[in-house]
Design a protein around this ligand. Sequence first.
Ligand code: HEM
Length: 141
Amino acid sequence: MPELRVISLDEVSKHNYEDVDKSCWIIISGKVYDVTKFLNEHPGGEEVITQLAGKDATVGFLDVGHSKDAVEMANEYIIGQLPEDEIPKSAAPSTPSGAAGGKSTIIKDFTEIMTSPTWTNFLIPTTMGIVIYVLYKTIFH
Ligand code: HEM
């Protein structure tokens, strides 16, 4: 992939669907997207995107749980990236949820594992299984 143009937050904020030619730029995980021409094609409607025009839309984009197709579609609209030091911590590609900021990474990772739905989905039935097994063993043997 060719080097992306570095675009500052300040420049992105000018493309807020009001100023510069009603253009609409958004930021997702540190990348800058010009979605002006995509707005009327967006299956989720124009407004969800225009209200984030000129701003970081990472959380919104990820929260919707966009399909793989949607993510690929989004790639077509990348026009640049934010300078390293302007990428919000919560929007870095490796930590989309950005929870528990400030804590040490070990505690943060542990919190993320324990609160992730996949873990609890697994943990609850497993714990119940163990409890039932122990009860069965103590009562019937
Ligand atoms: C370049 C950026 C974007 C692209 C290419 C895109 C593409 C799509 C596509 C293809 C869908 C249909 C469902 C799917 O395939 O996942 C969709 C649905 C949706 N999108 Fe986006 N989207 C973008 C940005 C955003 C942003 C920034 C938001 C909100 C913050 C958003 C909110 C939604 C919502 C609410 C739906 C409807 C979900 C539903 O009906 O279940 N999208 N988008």
